[in-house]
Design a protein around this ligand. Structure first.
Ligand code: CP
Ligand code: NVA
Length: 313
């Protein structure tokens, strides 16, 4: 059987995504049951970019599953001196049971997966952040399910509105909402809207699951009535030089109390973090009663463990 990868949300079918979320919830409730799930296995973690949550949750997750994780900063391994992605993938596959990589171009993830003989997990690239958005879905299911239950079906017919840059987060939220029957509205300025091919594939899948994908620059109507508001930084990793110009482009896009007031009165606020309070979100919303950012961050651990068990178990 060929090796399974998680390069993109679309590598898993809707049924497989539901299964990962349900497994994550089981692992969260009874972590000790999974203490030996990946006993003796090693995950290589390649990082071309910084990370707090992804690094810590994968490393701790592997440990809690009975395995081990190796942190490989790209400037510390030979990739940093020009060794090819293909050779790196082939060599690491001889030592390790899985590879998680955080990189710039999506092509690097594809190339790792093409040459690795072990599962490759996308720990964020410029195009997508699939581990994050499965975690976001798990967080919403948790919050919207009746107490004591975890029903992925609660996402159906709900609307998540993402306000800001049409970046990796926007793309993976579109794929995730489409798979799970949750409407996704992206409110982004013209010039910073999501990749048309990803919008098209999410729209196509959404037509099968009953979810509507919308892209708009209407800051008044876009968030109206949404069940969850989501935002992310205006300048992602690798775009630091564009920060000043992006502050101008995204003027008015801050998720603040006035924007929350246009959403459903009990709308949740999510952010993948790190957050810049006073830029894409006001401190009042980020740290306010509707914000679930720390439960969301915690769920990275549980969902990552479910992804690891699914691919490597
Ligand atoms: N949300 C997220 O991926 O955080 P890190 O960049 O800290 O890993
Ligand atoms: N869009 C952000 C997400 C960080 C988790 C970035 O790529 O830097």
């Amino acid at each position: 059987m060929s090796v399974r990868h998680f390069r993109s949300v679309t590598d898993f079918s809707p049924a497989e995504i539901r299964a990962v979320l349900e497994l994550a919830n089981k692992i969260k409730r009874k972590p000790k049951r999974y203490r030996k799930a990946l006993r003796g296995q090693t995950l290589a973690m390649i990082f071309q970019k910084k990370s707090t949550r992804t690094r810590v949750s994968f490393e701790v997750g592997m440990f809690q599953l009975g395995g081990h994780a190796l942190f490989l900063g790209s400037s510390d391994i030979q990739i940093g001196r020009g060794e090819t992605i293909a050779d790196t993938a082939k060599v690491i596959s001889r030592y390790c049971d899985g590879i998680m990589a955080r990189v710039y171009g999506h092509a690097t993830i594809e190339e790792l997966a093409e040459h690795a003989t072990v599962p490759v997990i996308n720990g964020l690239c410029d195009l997508e952040h699939p581990c994050q958005t499965l975690c976001d879905a798990a967080t919403l299911v948790e919050k919207w399910s009746p107490p004591g239950t975890f029903d992925v079906g609660v996402l159906r017919g709900k609307t998540l509105c993402y306000v800001g840059d049409g970046n990796n987060m926007a793309h993976s939220l579109l794929d995730t909402g489409a798979a799970l029957g949750m409407n996704v509205t992206i409110v982004a300025p013209v010039g910073y809207q999501p990749d048309a091919a990803i919008v098209a594939r999410a729209t196509l899948l959404g037509a099968q699951t009953g979810a509507v994908m919308t892209v708009t620059d209407d800051l008044q109507e876009g968030p109206r009535g949404a069940d969850a508001l989501y935002t992310d930084v205006w300048a992602s990793m690798g775009q630091e030089d564009e920060h000043a110009q992006r502050l101008v482009a995204f003027a008015g896009y801050q998720v603040d109390a006035a924007m929350m007031a246009r959403a459903h009165p009990e709308a949740l606020f999510l952010h993948c973090l790190p957050a810049h309070r006073g830029e894409e979100v006001s401190a009042e919303v980020c740290d306010g009663p509707q914000s679930v950012i720390f439960d969301e961050a915690e769920n990275r651990l549980h969902v990552q463990k479910a992804i690891l068990v699914t691919l490597m178990g």
